[in-house]
Write a protein that binds this ligand. Structure first.
Ligand code: GDP
Ligand code: FE
Ligand code: FE
Length: 208
């Protein structure tokens, strides 16, 4: 696919994982936890994140690990998410949302528990991977955009999203956010306020 790199990176994910797991061990854990389709998506986001890191002079290993793990918690049960919100005394408003919002914002706590990830930048990029934010770091943008354009994605507009991402990470964030909001409004779904913050922070990138 577009974002598959030839030479493998060293399998140094250990340096970010408190429990000492290397990439192969992480893959095994994720394979047990996720459907085959979701697991393939995570591998696709890993590759796309590495690619975007290369284009934007960012640490490829760190971006790849954040991309690989971003949907780690996607298939937790609602009861598991609600228990984590209580356990870590997270914002009680989270309980008014669902899996779409929980798998990033609450999922990071499960990732810390299971894998010992302590890198604050990786955790933040996973926390905000669905909504974006008004204050996105380069890593946040890489994971947010990689999630949208990875090789397995197939929806109207994905080719243009890939093209925009090749030119400008900021414009790709703007493009993705505008399209996601349109999609949510078309389906009469509630919009998480942070998604609107992202739109406002990047909307200027749509007018160039
Ligand atoms: P995925 O986990 O790889 O499917 O991708 P994401 O984590 O980016 O998004 C998960 C789902 O959440 C998608 O269906 C998005 O359209 C949806 N989503 C993104 N932002 C919002 C929001 O503000 N509100 C709601 N209700 N859903 C959202
Ligand atoms: Fe996700
Ligand atoms: Fe995803």
């Amino acid at each position: 696919g577009l974002y598959q790199e030839s030479g493998a990176l060293s399998l140094m994910y250990e340096k970010f994982l408190g429990h000492g797991y290397d990439r192969d061990q992480v893959l095994k854990i994720m394979q047990d936890r996720l459907s085959a389709k979701r697991f393939q998506h995570c591998l696709g986001v890993e590759a796309a994140a590495q690619h975007l890191a290369q284009v934007n002079a960012y640490d490829r290993e760190k971006a790849g690990l954040a991309g690989l793990l971003h949907d780690y918690a996607k298939e937790l049960s609602n009861d598991d998410f609600l228990a984590l919100i209580d356990k870590y005394q997270l914002d009680p408003d989270l309980k008014n949302w669902g899996n779409n919002i929980w798998h990033g914002k609450v999922g990071v706590y499960k990732i810390q528990e299971d894998l010992g990830v302590t890198d604050a930048e990786i955790l933040k990029s996973i926390e905000d991977h669905t909504t974006g934010s008004g204050q996105m770091t380069t890593l946040d943008k890489i994971v947010y955009v990689a999630d949208y354009i990875e090789d397995n994605r197939d929806f109207p507009g994905v080719a243009q999203a890939r093209q925009v991402a090749q030119d400008s990470l900021d414009r790709a964030v703007a493009y993705e956010t505008a399209h996601t909001l349109t999609h949510l409004i078309d389906r009469k779904l509630p919009i998480y306020p942070q998604t609107i913050e992202t739109y406002n922070a990047f909307v200027g990138e749509l007018r160039y």
